[in-house]
Design a protein. Structure first.
Length: 216
């Protein structure tokens, strides 16, 4: 994100704070940055830390203004979700930066989220490609009506976990970018659409779950 913003850039999600859980960041060997869904909160998504049950990990979750990262569907034109989208990406970047400043390398930072948060995490990783500790996307995908192809770089073997409710999966949400770039959505009901994550240098795992669009 450093190439996409200026240091004095301010958006709706700046100043909302970053909630933490787990190990003290100064002592942790690894960190997980989590983005909550629409109508949820940073404190709520940090409940995932209990589900992961891994000791010694620091968790960071930025908070969206009014509990919403952007107003419309992730399939809407990008401009229809500004400035929330860009401000949300900066909020994730600030959380990642806090972990890096504490001495945790990107290779030991996992990014994840649910729904809107999963979309934001996927978009952040796609626009800032490198080796991360991992990516966790529960029911989300790249943002925009049309993918513009500006996703250069290599994920360099980053593990990617992609999950979606089998009840809600449908191919209309699974449009793919150009060959070799990340898939538009995590799974849908056509797993081959997620293969381009692997082409982008990720080691991906797919999971369908029964039930509706809720978490956990």
């Amino acid at each position: 994100m450093s190439g996409d913003r200026t240091d004095d850039e301010v958006g709706p999600h700046q100043g909302q704070g970053i909630t933490t859980a787990g190990a003290d960041l100064a002592d942790a060997p690894a960190a997980v940055v989590l983005a909550h869904g629409r109508g949820a909160s940073a404190r709520g998504i940090l409940g995932m830390a209990d589900e992961f049950a891994v000791e010694g990990v620091a968790y960071l979750a930025p908070q969206a203004a009014r509990n919403e990262w952007y107003p419309n569907s992730f399939l809407a034109p990008v401009e229809a979700n500004e400035p929330g989208r860009s401000s949300g990406l900066r909020a994730l970047d600030d959380a990642v930066g806090r972990a890096v400043e504490a001495g945790i390398p990107h290779e030991r930072i996992v990014l994840g989220g649910f729904s809107q948060g999963a979309c934001l995490a996927a978009e952040y990783v796609a626009r800032n490609p490198r080796r991360y500790g991992g990516v966790i996307a529960f029911s989300g995908g790249l943002i925009g009506e049309e993918l513009d192809g500006t996703y250069p770089g290599d994920l360099a073997g980053t593990p990617v976990f992609l999950g979606l409710s089998a009840r809600r999966s449908r191919p209309s949400n699974c449009r793919q970018m150009a060959p070799g770039r990340p898939a538009r959505c995590p799974v849908g009901n056509r797993p081959e659409r997620a293969a381009s994550w692997q082409s982008a240098g990720a080691q991906r795992q797919l999971l369908y779950a029964t039930g509706s669009h809720t978490f956990p």
